[in-house]
Design a protein around this ligand. Structure first.
Ligand SMILES: Cc1ncc(COP(=O)(O)OP(=O)(O)O)c(N)n1
Ligand SMILES: Cc1nc(C(=O)O)sc1CCOP(=O)(O)O
Ligand SMILES: [Mg+2]
Length: 533
């Protein structure tokens, strides 16, 4: 059933096409539509969402492949075990199969829990009526918790009808043993013999998974394509969060085949995917039982972190905006994180890392350290210019200027939750920033400065013009310090929310002391100015 696969574009390439080529011809968009890799998962629903249909959906999403679903059974399941199983009538399984297969250009079918002979029969019939490019069979029989999901009654039809249609079958040791009439599988040599015997039942390829092999420090799987064996080894990851690994492995194989990979390559990618997800999720806690789920998309921990800042952007955070400078920190012998910590202790309300001559790897390392400090104090941290660094450390946002990454591109890369600031010297630039989805404007240079070479000044008048032209909150920048900050804040537009400073904090002996003085002056002046207006 596995045909010669053409090479499909990677998901990132498709996204790039969709985002930037507004002149995509009808013919091109038609070919993208036709070649969209698509896996249909025919499996049971797991209410705990670690395994089954839910694992398949998440795995395919993680691999950039569309996944549709035909549900064969609904299980009441959690991290403790399976509390109930409700089998979907075979007629309705057949109806779901017809709905998807007759309409949706499915590339690969992946099967999981097939609880009755009748359901296997309707699946076979549907596949004959609507052939697909590949069939991946995960012969699910027992859950990770040891509960039976498909009894021995389905073994005959699996062996006689489904396996001969399969491009690959992926039993674990218990399932391989059941398919072979209950023989004991205890060694790698036993696994090889099992792979060969199962191959004799008709599937093009067999992957016997050795995760449960006793006394093995590696996780060893045996792949057999009818001619050659391949021993696939990965580190055995110590974790209880392994619920759903079998489903995820099989659906990742299906996803890779749908994208056009050769079989052994698809298996290798899938094994690496599961290993990475296991390692990433080894210390997460979901549920109270012994069988925790994988974090298929490797994003949950990041969100636990980010949720410490509940509000996305508060314009009042612009009050005392501290912008770092590596030259100044070097001069005073301070690390970026130490400087940031001192600024926050003195009252800085938002931080921007502006590291013009720090190497990328050092910048990323420092950004991660600074982010820890900022999160601890609930202060947002932005990155100057470098969207890549902001993405890599999951910063709260970026600040970009007129010659940096355009704000609308930054927004599409960072998503709606991140803060984006844009430097504007004119009302036109301010209008564009608003159109592009910026959250605030940095406007200057209000005064001349030694910190930024060749920076043109707009003065207090220029600042006021920008403020009055925009709906966005504005922070003033350039040459601002204790001696002139009052004149800036007294300008009075309602949306002028604060001042951004570099040298007035970071080119001083005691950052915290200077921050404290500036914070007091700015907040008192803002109060009296707004009371007067
Ligand atoms: C708050 C704030 N406002 C303006 C700037 C200047 O940004 P940009 O014009 O991109 O210049 P560089 O800082 O990149 O030299 C800023 N960084 N922060
Ligand atoms: C980074 C930056 N941007 C400016 C602009 O006018 O957009 S002025 C500036 C430097 C501000 O440093 P200091 O507070 O030491 O004057
Ligand atoms: Mg810039």
């Amino acid at each position: 059933m596995l045909n010669q696969f053409v090479s499909f574009p990677e998901p990132g390439q498709m996204q790039a096409l969709a985002m930037y080529d507004t002149n995509v011809s009808a013919a091109t968009s038609e070919s993208i539509k036709e070649r969209m890799p698509h896996v249909l998962s025919v499996a049971g629903s797991d209410s705990g969402a670690g395994a089954g249909i839910q694992a398949d959906l998440k795995t395919c999403a993680a691999r950039g492949v569309y996944c549709s679903t035909v549900i064969t059974a609904v299980t009441a399941q959690n991290t403790v075990g399976v509390q109930g199983v409700n089998i979907v009538p075979e007629k309705f399984v057949s109806e779901q199969l017809k709905s998807v297969l007759s309409d949706m250009n499915v590339t690969v079918v992946k099967t999981g829990m097939l609880p009755t002979v009748g359901i296997v029969k309707v699946l076979n019939d549907s596949l004959k009526q609507f052939p697909v490019q590949a069939l991946v069979v995960d012969p699910v029989m027992v859950s990770t918790s040891g509960d039976v999901l498909a009894g021995p009654s389905i073994l005959d039809i699996l062996r006689e009808q489904l396996l001969p249609m399969a491009d690959i079958v992926t039993p674990n040791l218990k399932e391989a043993s059941a398919l072979l009439g209950g023989i004991k599988l205890q060694t790698i040599s036993d696994m090889r013999s099992a792979a060969k015997s199962i191959h004799d039942m008709g599937p093009r390829n067999v992957l016997v998974k050795g995760g449960d092999l006793p006394a093995s420090s590696d996780a060893v799987d045996i792949f057999f394509d009818g001619v050659e064996f391949c021993e696939l080894r990965s580190l055995r990851i110590q974790t209880q969060n392994s619920h759903g690994t079998g489903c995820s492995l099989a659906s990742c194989i299906a996803a890779e085949l749908a994208k056009g990979s050769q079989m052994l390559q698809a298996v290798r990618v899938a094994k690496h995917y599961v290993e990475t997800a296991l390692d990433y999720s080894k210390d997460i806690h979901i549920g109270n039982g012994l069988q925790g789920p994988l974090d298929h998309l490797c994003k949950l921990k990041r969100n636990v972190h980010s949720s410490s800042r509940l509000q996305r952007f508060n314009p009042d955070d612009l009050l005392l905006y501290a912008v770092t400078d590596s030259k100044m920190n070097n001069k005073w012998g301070r690390s970026i994180a130490a400087a940031v910590k001192a600024a926050i202790e003195g009252g800085a309300t938002i931080i921007q890392l502006r590291e013009k001559d720090t190497e990328t790897n050092n910048f990323l390392e420092a950004a991660k350290n600074c982010l820890e400090v900022c999160r601890l104090h609930g202060v947002p941290m932005l990155i100057n210019d470098r969207i890549d660094i902001a993405l890599a450390c999951d910063a709260d946002g970026v600040h970009v200027g007129q010659s940096d990454m355009p704000a609308h591109v930054a927004r599409s890369l960072l998503g709606p939750q991140k803060i984006i600031g844009v430097s504007c010297k004119t009302p036109e630039q301010a209008h564009q920033a608003w159109v592009d989805g910026a959250d605030y404007i940095g406007s200057g240079g209000v005064y001349s400065t030694n910190t930024k070479a060749n920076n043109s000044t707009i003065g207090l008048d220029g600042l006021k013009t920008v403020c009055l032209a925009s709906k966005l909150p504005v922070v003033a920048i350039g040459g601002i310090g204790l001696s002139n900050v009052r004149s800036v804040v007294e300008l009075g537009p309602e949306n002028l929310k604060g001042v951004a400073v570099v040298s007035a904090l970071f080119d001083r002996e005691c950052i915290a002391t200077e921050a404290r003085k500036l914070h007091t002056l700015v907040s008192e002046t803002l109060k009296t100015t707004s009371a007067a207006s």
